[in-house]
Design a protein around this ligand. Structure first.
Ligand SMILES: [Zn+2]
Length: 335
């Protein structure tokens, strides 16, 4: 018996090792209970004031995860969100700043949190207390475990991580963790404030329907061209994030803040990532797909898209070098 156990143990060891060698990039997709808890408060706070097309898709998940809690829309957390100034659709990812017991995690990028989530980022203690109390008050239950095998398999067969690593010319392997947020019909978000290992990449994806009532009754996540673009786009943010911090300077900031650009789209990070996404799509899935995608992007993204031709034709060029050129060209664009 003992020998058999040792044999099993050895074979497990070997199979793990083999897997690590064969699949150096790992992918996972999870529904995070903490994010969903804050999402419930967010939906309760805004359900009567945001356009209907941004309300969660009304499927079986909605029935279990929102309907039982509709009566708690006067809870202090819900009221704080309703009366607060930050309404951005990615607010619920802030729940990742806490562990399961609502303690604030270590190593968070607090400057980023303060800037992006304002009051919430500056008052993590208060948010944690409100969230813990909300969980208790609503007797939060989350036992739904949908099967995401097909979606994950599609990411693997599409070799998204391998493609992006090759495009960005990095040999790092990466652990990609996707947080699926079924009550979010608003936004996707690259998560950059968790200061863990740089090879861990996290982003949030929403669940989108044209109208909350027209959705399928079952929560189903299927890989399609939209999710492919989202996976590339949010992933790309995680490659450019460090470079943005390094090269986005006062000069560029002053240029985009000029009165004449008041009506122009000037989010530099987004401009760059959108140009990149179109080029990556074109490079791997056919130029016409890339061209089609760039048509829908801000004019400045076209500059990025075009500059990337030179990068692709110059294999020895590092991504950081072309990023520096993006900044130079964007400065003259916004002069
Ligand atoms: Zn983006």
């Amino acid at each position: 018996m003992q020998r058999l156990l040792i044999l099993i143990f050895i074979s497990i060891l070997f199979s793990c090792k083999k897997n690590t060698v064969r699949f150096p990039n790992t992918h996972s997709l999870v529904i995070n209970k903490q994010i969903e808890l804050l999402r419930i408060a967010y939906v309760l706070a805004l359900k009567d004031s945001i356009p209907e097309i941004y309300l969660p898709c009304k499927n079986d998940y909605y029935k279990k995860q929102i309907e039982p809690y509709l009566g708690f829309d006067q809870h202090p957390l819900v009221q704080t969100i309703r009366n607060g100034e930050v309404w951005s659709g990615d607010l619920p990812v802030l729940a990742l700043a806490f562990d399961a017991d609502f303690n604030i995690r270590e190593g968070l990028d607090t400057a980023y949190l303060n800037y992006n989530y304002e009051w919430y980022g500056k008052n993590l203690d208060s948010v944690a207390t409100l969230l813990a109390d909300f969980k208790k008050e609503i007797q939060y239950q989350h036992s739904i475990k949908p099967d995401f095998t097909n979606f994950i398999d599609s990411i693997k067969t599409n070799q998204i991580s391998q493609k992006l690593n090759a495009f960005f010319r990095t040999t790092n392997t990466s652990q990609l963790k996707i947080y699926f947020d079924p009550l979010n019909n608003i936004t996707n978000k690259a998560i950059t404030f968790l200061n863990d290992d740089k090879d861990n990449r996290h982003f949030l994806i929403g669940y989108f329907c044209d109208h909350p009532d027209t959705t399928s009754q079952q929560l189903q996540l299927e890989w399609d061209e939209d999710y492919r673009r989202i996976a590339i786009h949010e992933n790309a943010h995680l490659y450019t994030d460090r470079l943005l911090d390094k090269y986005y300077d006062e000069e560029l900031k002053k240029l985009i803040q000029q009165e004449k650009h008041k009506e122009t789209y000037t989010n530099i990070d987004e401009i760059i990532v959108r140009g990149l996404t179109s080029k990556i799509i074109g490079h791997y899935y056919g130029e016409n797909h890339g061209k089609e995608d760039i048509q829908n992007q801000p004019p400045a993204s076209k500059i990025i898209y075009t500059l990337l031709d030179n990068y692709l034709e110059t294999p020895e060029m590092e991504f950081e070098d072309i990023y520096k050129e993006f900044i130079v060209h964007l400065k003259s664009h916004f002069k």
